[in-house]
Design a protein around this ligand. Structure first.
Ligand code: SF4
Ligand code: SF4
Ligand code: SF4
Length: 319
């Protein structure tokens, strides 16, 4: 049987998704047995022009991790889409925007000012900012355009499959590889995970208790048998898709929501707000306000991984 052609690409990514591929350990040899890698910038010295020279749809599967935050990433996403039969949004950033999309609570101007002028480690008295075009003695230097808004992969190109997680767990990566090898791919549009919520898979004791105080994880030692939420620690389980193997819960840490919303939920953050509000034990507006105040960084808590894919999408841009 002819080997599959596989491309791996990282866009606005921390690199963790790439490491997750290596975490398959000796199973990476199975991947090598069934597939020839035709692009993997972190590991192999392929150039973009090598991909441009390929025939359209000549790559069988492209595992694309990271969100889309600049014009180079958008261009390569479109190029890989043209060359690939199957695009997989690999990891929370490609699926939902992930951590990079928290930048949608601000804009390019504010990010550049913070990164290049205000940050204490800067030595930039001229207040030089990156430009897309810079004239130097040798000619013109070009940088990609940094977008105001971080996008999910599916907001840029059509995507066949979504493999969530920050990063995706090894067993689900191998499930995708196995489906590639056998040609038994699930229906287009599938999320390679459970359709249920993480709470459905969690066996911690739930006592239908209400809460009157919110704690951050470092403020109390949680009982490792009981539901985090019922101990007053925000856990994104009610608004998060299952399938991760309860990675954080088993380490006695609450879920942060990296598998995105479960089937049928449009906005993960709104669902989580509703779940938490339903167990608040507060009789007055003052008590509710006090408990809301106890949630440090509510926007980041409720939309840590999913802002780009949410109903909010971003802060309103000033015209
Ligand atoms: S999903 Fe997580 S591990 Fe993967 S690139 Fe994004 S932040 Fe990194
Ligand atoms: S909220 Fe968290 S700890 Fe509680 S049942 Fe759901 S996943 Fe488990
Ligand atoms: S418990 Fe939540 S944050 Fe942790 S891996 Fe699972 S889905 Fe992601």
């Amino acid at each position: 049987m002819a080997k599959l052609k596989l491309a791996l690409y990282w866009s606005a990514s921390c690199g963790g998704c790439e490491v997750a591929v290596l975490d398959t350990n000796e199973k990476i040899l199975d991947i090598a047995n069934i597939a020839d890698i035709v692009l993997w910038p972190i590991a192999l010295d392929f150039k973009y022009h090598h991909v441009e020279a390929m025939n359209d749809k000549s790559i069988d599967v492209c595992l694309f991790n990271g969100a889309v935050r600049n014009s180079e990433q958008e261009k390569i996403a479109k190029l890989l889409r043209a060359k690939s039969k199957v695009m997989v949004a690999f990891g929370a950033c490609a699926c939902f925007g992930g951590i990079p999309a928290l930048g949608n609570f601000t804009d390019r101007t504010e990010i550049f000012e913070r990164a290049y002028i205000e940050a204490p480690s800067n030595d930039n008295s001229d207040k030089t900012l990156p430009l897309t075009l810079t004239q130097v003695a040798e000619g013109e230097l070009e940088l990609p355009e940094f977008f105001d808004t971080v996008l999910t992969l599916a907001q840029v190109v059509d995507v066949e499959y979504f493999l969530p997680g920050c990063p995706p767990p090894v067993d689900l990566i191998l499930k995708v590889v196995d489906a590639m090898a056998t040609g038994q791919l699930p229906p287009v549009g599938s999320v390679i995970a459970s359709d249920k919520t993480l709470c459905d898979e969690c066996d911690r004791i739930k006592e239908e208790k209400s809460i009157s105080k919110i704690y951050r994880p470092h403020q109390i030692i949680p009982d490792d048998k009981k539901c985090f939420l019922e101990q007053g620690i925000i856990c994104c389980g009610p608004a998060t898709r299952g399938g991760c193997g309860l990675r954080c819960i088993k380490a006695n840490m609450p879920c942060r929501g990296c598998f995105g919303p479960p089937a049928g939920i449009v906005d993960q953050g709104a669902k989580l707000v509703s779940a938490i509000a339903s167990i608040y034990n507060a009789d007055s507006e003052e008590e509710i306000s006090r408990m809301v105040e106890e949630i440090v960084d509510p926007a980041g808590t409720f939309y840590r991984f999913g802002l780009a894919d949410s109903l909010l999408k971003r802060k309103r841009l000033t015209p």
